[in-house]
Design a protein around this ligand. Structure first.
Ligand code: MLT
Length: 266
């Protein structure tokens, strides 16, 4: 079922199926369609909620972009669960979706049954990183999200995916190009202002899986290992032949690892 759901001041687009509930939170500057291989493969066994975050995909893009934050995204998701009358979820977030998962856990820990942190990091941006976000905001303001594409694609994918999986790369290119400028600027602003989540890691007390593409250059396996080591009992899975977009680049391997984890979650 696809529908638009009003949460606080904005209406969010959401794709939903029936069963035990998984909440998929997409990365930047993407939308729920990045999870299409997981929705197709797991949709019969699990209830999947795959929203577009505010400002992205088919969801509303409120202005100004400075009103976007990790806490605002997390509050939207909590409101969405309330609207859908869902109590607890397995929270699955990729990259920016992981940053949002950390905020969601700080604010609404009682709504989380288990966590899957995919190609993400707990560290905040460095000063150079923040400067880069501000420059990106200016370029999106001037030329739209397409100005980010050429710089981003080589960072999102493993070199082998860039050469051998043109349809996946094309999907992501089109996804970036169709996003709303204000939503993309809002996400950049929110990422630049996100807090350090590292102090929270030792208190995560739900089953947690950390997943990373073997060739992820943005959030590399060494970073994922450090994160997994800081979360009590967390498992780490490294997906071969994949970069930062592991759920799209190596979907079959990613789904296998995810399913094995989900079946172990009480
Ligand atoms: C993402 O995939 O969500 C972004 O790479 C996150 C980031 O830029 O930090």
């Amino acid at each position: 079922m696809d529908e638009m759901i009003g949460v606080s001041s904005v209406k969010l687009f959401v794709r939903e199926t029936a069963g035990k509930t998984l909440l998929f939170v997409h990365g930047f500057p993407l939308d729920h369609t990045m999870w299409k291989f997981q929705i197709d493969a797991l949709g019969r066994e699990y209830r999947i909620i795959a929203p577009d975050l505010r400002g992205l995909g088919a969801s509303d893009a409120p202005e100004p972009y400075t009103c976007y934050s990790m806490d605002a995204y997390a509050a939207d998701l909590r409101d969405l669960l309330d609207e859908l009358r869902v109590d607890r979820v397995v929270l699955i977030g990729l990259s920016m979706g992981g940053y949002i998962s950390f905020a969601f856990r700080r604010l609404f820990p009682e709504r989380i049954r288990a966590m899957v942190l995919v190609d993400t990091r707990a560290e905040p941006d460095s000063p150079e990183g923040i400067e880069g976000r501000m420059k990106a905001i200016e370029s999106v303001k001037a030329e739209g999200p397409k100005s980010l594409v050429e710089g981003m694609l080589p960072k999102l994918f493993a070199p082998s995916s860039l050469n051998e999986k043109p349809e996946v790369v094309q999907d992501v290119r089109a996804m970036i190009e169709r996003q709303s400028p204000v939503g993309v600027m809002g996400a950049l602003w929110a990422m630049a202002h996100r807090p350090d989540s590292r102090p929270d890691l030792p208190s995560i007390d739900v089953p947690t899986l950390v997943v990373v593409g073997e060739e992820d250059s943005l959030t590399p396996p060494s970073m994922a290992k450090e994160m997994a080591d800081s979360i009590p009992g967390a498992r780490l899975a490294v997906i071969p032949h994949a970069g930062h977009m592991s759920p799209m680049e190596s979907a079959a391997e990613f789904n296998e690892v995810l399913l094995e984890f989900l079946r172990s979650v009480p």
